[in-house]
Design a protein. Sequence first.
Length: 192
Amino acid sequence: MNNPSLLFLFFLFCPTVFLHAYSDLETLLKLKSSLVGPSGSGLHDWAAPPSPSSSAHCSFSGVTCDVDGRVTSLNVPNVPLFGTLPPEIGLLDKLVNLTLAGNKLSGPLPLEMSNLTSLKYVNLSWNVFDGMLPGEVVLKLTELEVFDVYNNNFSGNLPAEFVKLKNLKFLKLAGNYFSGESRRFTQSSRET
């Protein structure tokens, strides 16, 4: 690296990758504190490293990262987790897979989930989420292929935005308290 231009570019872009990865670490630790609580036993290996590291969080159970240390998969079913999904979930903007099935998560889905525009797979089944599914969140998830919220306590009308998701292959909404017309969602590969 004797070329000053290359050296400049290296220092220009590497801190950005490090900061994003470190904020993913901070985000995961915030999620743990919100969903496990001080006396909880879940996610025991999710702990702050002794010194800042751009990839320490990539070895947490249920976490997968890309080559830049950004979280791409959060797969933590049956942990158990409790409480509401905090808005910080929206900071994991490289997330492709969000699987939190079989926990005891409650409350509405945070609107900040609309920042998760890379999501392809969402499985929040077997929790106790409630409220309406926010259409503004659904509309932003343009890459979504699987959306499973089976057996929660969602209510209200089904978001019409689901029909605009061109990549959606599997939609499982049964076991909730939705009202209104659902026929527009029933295609051979979609399950309501």
